[in-house]
Structures are given as C-alpha cells and as structure tokens.
Design a protein around this ligand. Structure first.
Ligand SMILES: C[S@@+](CC[C@H](N)C(=O)[O-])C[C@H]1O[C@@H](n2cnc3c(N)ncnc32)[C@H](O)[C@@H]1O
Length: 311
C-alpha cells in the first residue's frame, strides 16, 4: 500500500532499460513506480490483437507499454489486489493520456482481484503477464498462481513473466521474512525449480529470454552469513501441448554442424546446415550431444533465447 501512495524508486530496481518507442512518453510517476525486475513486453508476442492480462499492475508502466501495441478498448485487463495501487495506476493513466495522444485509459480494464483466484474465464487470454509478483508467493501459492494463469490462457497462449531467481539456498530466516519477500528479495527460487513449477502446471514450451544480475544480500545489511547473489529472468511459458518426451525448455543453446557433408539430419526433425547455429531446446541439445559426434558442437546456455530453432 505504501508503495502505491509514495513511489519508491529503489524498491525493485530494474536493470533493464525502459522501452523507448516512437511516440511513447512514460509519465515520471510511472517510472518512479517501476517495481518490476525486467520486461514482460515483447512485440513478438503481440501480433493479431491479442487479449492481454496483466496481474499486479503497480504504477501501470507495463500496461501503458502493452497498450502501445494493443490500442483497443478493454484489450488489456489489469488485475491488482490493492485498492491504492489500482487508484495510483488510474491516476497515472490520466497523465499518460495527456502525454500520449494515441493512449486511452479505456484500453485497459482495471479490476480488483487476486492472482490466486482470477475472475476470468478459462481459455480466454492470449498473453498473460506478471512482473515481480509471483516471487513473493510461497510454494503452494506460487503453484496456484501459475495454475490460474494456465487456466485462463487459450491453447498456445503465453505467460510472460519477469522475476528474481537465486541459485544459492536462501536462508530460512530470510525466506520467512514477509517484508523481504514483499520487497522481492527473499522469495526467489533457483531457475530450474521455477521452470519445473511451470512445466508441472502443464506449459509445454519454456523460453528463457533474458537473465541478469539483480541484487546482493550481504551480511552487513541482511541476516545472512554469506553474500547472496540474486538474478532476474524473463521467461515466456507457452500453453503448448506437453510433448510425450517432456517439455521443450529453451535456454539459448545452439547446435552447430561442422562436418564435410552438405548437412546433418538427426532424422528427428533437426537438419543442421554447416556452420549455421540452430537454436535447440535443452532436450534436443542433450540428445544431439549423446550421439558423441566429432562434427556437432553444442553451445552453452546463453539464457538469451529469441525464437526459432527446433521443436
Ligand atoms: C512488486 S509490484 C510489481 C508491479 C508491476 N508489475 C511492475 O512491474 O512495476 C507487485 C504488484 O502486485 C500486486 N499484488 C500483490 N499481491 C497480489 C495478489 N495476490 N494478486 C494480485 N496482485 C497482487 C501489488 O499490489 C503490486 O502492484
């Protein structure tokens, strides 16, 4: 509630530069209320007038950015559980209308609601987004929040999210600190665990689009014996049918054929052209590596996947 009434610039400091787009001016107060840790707005997801859901509206900056691509009355539904946040967002939209002649507050339908129980119909949304909210949930609530997103998405719909992650074991005392959780500092999971929670809910394809350093929890300022490194990720989880051999998780690996033939075909749908990196999911990367060929190179995860490739 406090963060709705008094913008807190340092609250969820994002390391991602804010989208600069032609004709888009973001009001200062919205920038100050940027409580996200990455971006969930990606033009690639926004073709064919998608119906968009955004959960945890904050100051409305990403709603404005989604509106830039959507521009249809009620094209976006913004849900938040805190009245003051919805009100702050509404006020920021008034200023956004003044600064952006193309923008109408009516592009976004703001409603009070809970990420754990969305008042939306099954299979009704093309793109569902959340930024720096789900990390505050403990296991059962996170599962519920992911299930809710899965439920409301249409088949092939996309959940785009940005959240902190942490590969170190978060000390129990920090994990249980509700204030630190609310500040998006101590609820983060290791990436693999987070991905597993998404695939367990049913998402058949996962794209890791970005991974960046985020914060440090140090012994001087937090109740920890060692320095804890927190990163942030941008993920797109697609409601594709689950493949029989398990989910396709893209972490930015590629396969490169460097043999003397015209191409290499694994007879499973992957044809590698000489010295042309083919983006592969981790499952395909593992299968190709297990062939132990001296003319196929598998590159490491870059955690920067931007489409294309196998599956
Ligand atoms: C850290 S802020 C992120 C705001 C925004 N996504 C951004 O990137 O600036 C978390 C937001 O989620 C909202 N929120 C907290 N719990 C929620 C819940 N259970 N359901 C829906 N929204 C919630 C908060 O009011 C706040 O607007």
């Amino acid at each position: 509630m406090e963060a709705a009434e008094n913008p807190n610039v340092g609250l969820c400091c994002t390391t991602t530069p804010v989208w600069q787009l032609p004709g888009l001016t973001i009001p200062n107060r919205m920038l100050q209320m940027n409580y996200g840790c990455g971006s969930t707005v990606n033009p690639r997801d926004l073709v064919n007038n998608p119906k968009i859901l955004y959960v945890g509206v904050g100051g409305g900056m990403e709603l404005l950015q989604f509106s830039y691509f959507s521009r249809q009355p009620d094209g976006i539904v913004g849900v938040d559980v805190v009245n003051e946040m919805l009100e702050a967002c509404r006020q920021n939209f008034v200023e956004a209308e003044r600064l952006n002649p193309w923008f109408r507050s009516a592009f976004v339908k703001l409603i009070k609601g809970d990420a754990l129980q969305l008042s939306l119909e099954d299979n009704s949304i093309d793109v569902a987004a959340q930024n720096c909210l789900f990390n505050i949930f403990k296991h059962e609530d996170l599962k519920k929040a992911l299930e809710e997103m899965y439920r409301v998405l249409k088949p092939r719909g996309r959940l785009v999210l940005s959240d902190p992650i942490c590969e170190q074991e978060m000390p129990e005392n920090l994990k249980e600190d509700e204030r630190l959780r609310a500040l998006c500092l101590s609820g983060s999971l290791p990436l693999k665990k987070y991905i597993k929670m998404m695939t367990d809910v049913g998402f058949g394809t996962i794209e890791i689009r970005a991974r960046r350093p985020y914060r440090i929890l140090d012994p001087l300022n937090y109740a920890t014996d060692s320095v804890i490194f927190i990163e942030s990720v941008e993920v797109c989880a697609i409601k594709d049918p689950m493949p029989a051999d398990g989910p396709c998780v893209f972490t930015g690996k590629t396969a490169i054929y460097y043999g003397s033939e015209e191409s290499f075909d694994d007879n499973k749908g992957h044809v590698l052209q000489p010295n042309q990196p083919l983006a592969v999911c981790d499952k395909t990367a593992k299968a190709l590596a297990s062939l132990n060929r001296s003319d196929v190179f598998i590159s490491e995860s870059t955690y920067f996947y931007d489409g294309g490739g196998c599956c």
